[in-house]
Design a protein around this ligand. Structure first.
Ligand code: PLP
Length: 422
């Protein structure tokens, strides 16, 4: 291919020998510093929960987690305390184990184990790669469900899929989704909890990982999905998951499980075989650290102050480089009001090449296709940008470099199309 200004810009980028990483949605070190008081807290004499439970020992909470922590998150997640459990450190593990229990034991009301049956999950896409890794690891068939151009779920298509009795689950990230930042509106939530499903044991895996992870000063209301499901006559349809991973310590926080009374009893029956109870000392440290639900919101505003400039810089550079004034835009991207990601959509057939070019230039980006079931983006167009972890300067350099790679991949593709016989 002859040299062009875009090619020259790419060669210059490679010559800079960068070493930057836009791959994972991790909190940056200055965000983790916000949890310094949590780590510094001396619990050696402050180990009694509100009801007098000695958190250093087994028991006291009956495996449900500290009531005062459940009360804080019950308010934030809009879940009655008695229907919310505070568990170990990782919500992904809770999701994984919930599926294992369904596979081995079946769900309340049905009790035919999923194992041995054909099981399929609806997967709004692009979505969270680790969700898809869980279902893929069990051989559960994944059915991609594309968001529309306005970030809404195609409810007619979902209704059609639900006529198939093999469809027993659906992955949902209802607020500030990974990676597109979509927020489900009330109409969507009402439809999801009330649509007829051929499988009696169909469940929404409602991963509200980013409920309070805002990028503005507004906390959108958290929809009462369990209440709406009960109202729709499907009280057991929803499993809610969440965690403090991106509030305090990633991987060192507390995970939550919320659901109907019947599902909570079912879940506790199976987890009581797995564990005597969660780490209550860590839960109490979190209670002391947060204070109350407003304390969590105040903390999330401090996170926002650290990460919102990185999102703003990413969006500014994408606009400057990929939507120059007077020219056709090369790509489009989401502008989330919360969460940890931006989904960048380039011309069809460019994402894999752009990510490859970025890698060669020292910029690590999540593999193209990762946000789709089986790693297959049908258009090979979506690139997930995770701007939180690098410093602001590094985010700027990495996003600028990524734009150069996408422009180069687009130019290469246009050249191939122009030279191939029609
Ligand atoms: N759910 C979503 C949508 C996520 O994006 C992530 C992390 O990126 C997780 C869950 C992981 O949560 P945890 O650390 O509680 O396992």
């Amino acid at each position: 291919m002859p040299s062009t200004p875009v090619r020259a810009a790419y060669d210059e980028l490679v010559a800079r020998g960068l070493k930057l990483d836009l791959t994972r949605g991790k909190p940056a070190p200055d965000q983790l510093d916000l949890a310094a008081p949590l780590l510094a807290r001396d619990m050696s004499h402050d180990y009694r929960a509100a009801d007098g439970t000695d958190t250093r020992n087994y028991g006291g909470d009956n495996g449900a987690g500290l009531p005062e922590l459940r009360a804080i998150f019950g308010e934030l997640l809009h879940i009655p305390v008695e229907q919310l459990l505070a568990l170990g450190n990782a919500s992904l593990q809770v999701m994984h184990d919930t599926i294992v229990h369904a596979l081995l034991h079946g769900l309340p009301g049905v009790l035919a184990p999923w194992h041995g049956q054909e099981v399929a999950f609806l997967c709004p896409s692009p979505g969270y790669d680790r969700h898809f890794a869980v279902t893929e690891s069990f051989g559960i068939r994944m059915i991609p469900v594309p968001f529309d151009a306005d970030g809404r779920l195609p409810l007619d298509l979902i209704a059609e899929h639900l006529k198939d009795p093999a469809v027993k689950g659906m992955w949902c990230v209802p607020m500030f989704a990974n990676p597109g930042g979509e927020v489900y509106d009330e109409e969507t939530v009402r439809a999801l909890v009330s649509l007829p499903a051929a499988a009696d044991d169909f469940r929404l895996f409602w991963d509200n990982a980013y409920a309070v992870h805002v990028l503005t000063d507004e906390f959108p209301p958290v929809i009462d999905v369990l209440g709406l499901a009960a109202e729709a006559g499907n009280p057991d349809r929803v499993f809610v998951f969440a965690s403090t991973s991106k509030m305090t310590l990633a991987g060192g926080g507390v995970a939550f499980f919320g659901s109907s009374p019947a599902n909570v009893t079912w879940f506790r029956k199976h987890t009581s075989v797995q564990t005597i109870g969660p780490d209550k000392v860590n839960q109490l440290r979190h209670v002391r650290h947060f204070g109350d639900a407003d304390g969590v919101r105040a903390l999330m505003q401090r996170h926002r102050a650290l990460i919102a400039p990185k999102f703003a810089a990413t969006e500014r550079i994408l606009a400057e480089r990929l939507r120059p004034s007077g020219a056709e835009p090369v790509a489009h991207w989401t502008t989330p009001a919360g969460g940890y990601f931006i989904a960048l959509t380039g011309p069809a057939g460019t994402a894999t090449r752009a990510v490859e070019l970025a890698k060669a230039a020292g910029i690590a980006v999540t593999p193209a296709g990762a946000a789709f079931p089986y790693g297959e983006d049908p258009d090979d167009a979506v690139i997930r940008i995770a701007p939180t972890f690098p410093s602001l300067d590094d985010v700027e350099a990495a996003v600028d470099g990524l734009c150069t790679c996408l422009l180069f991949a687009t130019e290469e593709r246009a050249a191939v199309s122009a030279s191939s016989p029609s």
